[in-house]
Design a binder for this molecule. Structure first.
Ligand SMILES: [Zn+2]
Ligand SMILES: [Zn+2]
Length: 602
């Protein structure tokens, strides 16, 4: 197969550029590897712009990057443009692809570029952000675009693509700016991959947690409350409580102590931590008696105050504190998305204070904890280790030991991991946990972050064996990430069919007539004693309607009780998942439920 680009010094450059520079490198073929897809998808964005320009000659273009979903282009046209126009644009794209236009690049000075795009205020605003003296222009047919590349050598390589959706987007993501039109699309190297992707998207749409969340009455959002602030409904509250309960036990077993810091702390403390200076624009501030306070965007400082409450000796370490910490962060309105991106969320947050020599065993334990949780939910997962960046603070020896500890922990657990060289935070290396759900989508969840910066900033210490003062290492760690996001992911992963141990309601009890309500209540109470939740469907509606309502709530187990059951102390069971019906004595039924909800332990 032909190369469509070249890898030169770890950078992907297009064939023309390689030729001009007289450099050679490994050829990149057109397949579905990430680097090839990046070039293909960005070139498809240009092809889309070319098609739009030919259909709407007045169109002006802003930026068209490759993103997780594929690619998009932001642009402005005078006429109304809607989802119905996507087909037309796709057809025009195919037309230009079949023309096999060569994609050529040439360089001009910034002044020339400004003159060339003088009538295009969008391009001018793109140029304002480019610091260089010259810019490159990519040309295919009549269409020209300001771009850094790299691009395919010809439009002929673009065959398998689809335009996916149309949205409004503020210029530069700022709601004070004008509104542009954004079209998202996707492209693959072959037909089958495109087809599989479209099937996955259809499946994802069916599983959308916002839709299922509504059907199952898990949570809601309300305009008058505020965007990005979820409201948990009873069923969602029960699901959450189950998850919290399981995790609470799991933390206690591993020696974590529950703690809780305040929701707001004096702004001065955020100055010590550095959040004020570096993260302030994402925080909410208020004042009490003329003293400035910051609502916490993270739980670290509260836990540091717990640590500071006592003097510690090396014999006390490691100390592990955990909290279901509610945090507030200012997210852009356009970035909000159901439970996936909210402005208030609860982290399953913990901080481990330990010695440098304890890092490895602590990481091994956390990684094992992650494994227990993710495999229980049926997620495949992988870890990404990010190492020391160029700009870093802290002792070189501690960095070295920290990184080594992370790699050793990966090896000790026989784990698959990727390395993001230089991708760590300036204060320590980290491990990111990426999970793959039931329909093959990847999600970034928890993080294990080593930190030598906050202990330094807060002058934390412990007494060593010779009573010398030593600074502890702090490990920040969240496994789910946040309950909100994780429950959103779980909802889509299971398509709302939560397994018994996590389902909002374990059993739906449907009494046939009013005379059976007392027995229903008796069963409900016994279930609570076992740690299971139930709901009695005794509304004044037909039996079939009530059973249907219970099924719609995706309750795993439905029991129907009538005269016969009351008399014989039995239940008629309908297992929603297996669609089997059976009869059982009440005692057997209760012990079956008990087994099912207790079979899971993290
Ligand atoms: Zn471009
Ligand atoms: Zn933290």
């Amino acid at each position: 197969m032909d190369a469509i680009a070249i890898r030169h010094n770890d950078e992907i450059i297009d064939l023309q550029t390689a030729k001009e520079l007289g450099v050679e490198g490994e050829g990149i073929e057109l397949d579905n590897a990430p680097e090839a897809l990046d070039v293909l998808r960005h070139s498809t964005a240009h092809l889309m712009a070319q098609a739009i320009k030919s259909l709407y000659p007045e169109a002006k273009f802003y930026v068209g990057p490759v993103v997780k979903e594929g690619f998009y282009y932001d642009f402005k046209v005078d006429s109304e443009i809607g989802v119905g126009d996507l087909k037309k644009i796709e057809k025009q794209m195919l037309f230009f692809a079949k023309k096999k236009h060569e994609i050529e690049k040439y360089e001009i000075t910034m002044d020339e570029a400004k003159e060339k795009f003088a009538n295009d205020h969008l391009k001018l605003s793109v140029m304002e952000r480019i610091p260089s003296e010259t810019v490159s222009i990519y040309k295919q047919g009549e269409f020209e675009d300001l771009c850094r590349g790299p691009h395919l050598p010809s439009t002929k390589y673009i065959r398998y693509f689809k335009l996916l959706k149309l949205a409004g987007a503020y210029l530069g993501g700022d709601s004070k700016n004008e509104m542009l039109t954004r079209i998202y699309g996707i492209a693959f190297a072959d037909k089958e991959s495109l087809k599989a992707h479209m099937t996955m998207l259809q499946e994802a749409e069916k599983r959308d947690h916002r839709k299922i969340g509504k059907e199952m009455k898990l949570f809601t959002f309300r305009e008058e409350v505020g965007a990005g602030f979820p409201i948990w409904l009873p069923a969602g509250g029960r699901l959450r409580a189950r998850l919290e309960g399981l995790l609470f036990k799991a933390h206690r077993k591993r020696g974590y102590e529950p703690v809780r810091g305040p929701e707001m702390l004096k702004a001065d403390l955020w100055k010590v931590s550095g959040h004020y200076q570096n993260y302030g624009e994402n925080m909410y501030f208020t004042s009490i008696d003329d003293v400035e306070f910051g609502v916490k965007p993270m739980n670290c400082v509260g836990h540091i105050k717990v640590y500071e409450d006592e003097l510690h000796s090396y014999k006390d370490l490691p100390l592990k504190y955990f909290e279901y910490g509610v945090v507030h962060r200012h997210e852009m309105t356009g970035a909000l998305h159901g439970l996936f991106r909210v402005r208030e969320f609860t982290q399953d947050d913990a901080h481990i204070f330990c010695t440098v020599d304890q890092i490895e065993e602590q990481i091994i334990e956390v990684v094992d904890f992650v494994d227990k949780i993710m495999t229980t939910f049926g997620f495949e997962y992988k870890m990404m280790v990010s190492t020391k960046p160029e700009k870093a603070v802290g002792d070189a020896d501690v960095w070295e030991k920290s990184e080594q500890a992370l790699f050793n922990a990966m090896k000790a657990n026989n784990l698959d991991y990727e390395i993001d060289e230089g991708g760590g935070a300036f204060y320590g290396p980290k491990i990111d946990i990426k999970i793959t759900d039931a329909i093959g989508r990847e999600w970034q969840c928890g993080t294990i972050q080593l930190d030598n910066n906050l202990p330094e900033r807060f002058k934390l210490e412990y007494n060593g064996a010779d009573n010398e003062k030593i600074q502890p290492v702090m490990i920040h760690r969240a496994i789910l990430g946040s309950f909100e996001r994780f429950i959103g992911i779980l909802t889509e992963h299971y398509a709302g069919e939560f397994p018994m141990f996590i389902a909002p309601t374990q059993v739906a009890i449907v009494p046939i007539a009013e005379t059976h309500n007392a027995y229903a209540k008796e069963i409900a109470d016994k279930l609570i004693d076992l740690g299971a939740d139930s709901e009695i469907f005794d509304k004044n509606e037909s039996l079939n309607k009530r059973i249907r309502t219970a099924e719609k709530g995706r309750v795993p187990m439905i029991i129907v009780i009538g005269d016969e059951e009351v008399q014989a102390n039995t239940v008629a069971i309908r297992d929603r998942r297996t669609r089997e019906q059976s009869n059982s004595s009440l005692d057997d039924f209760l012990s079956m439920i008990q087994t099912k909800i207790n079979e899971v332990n993290f």
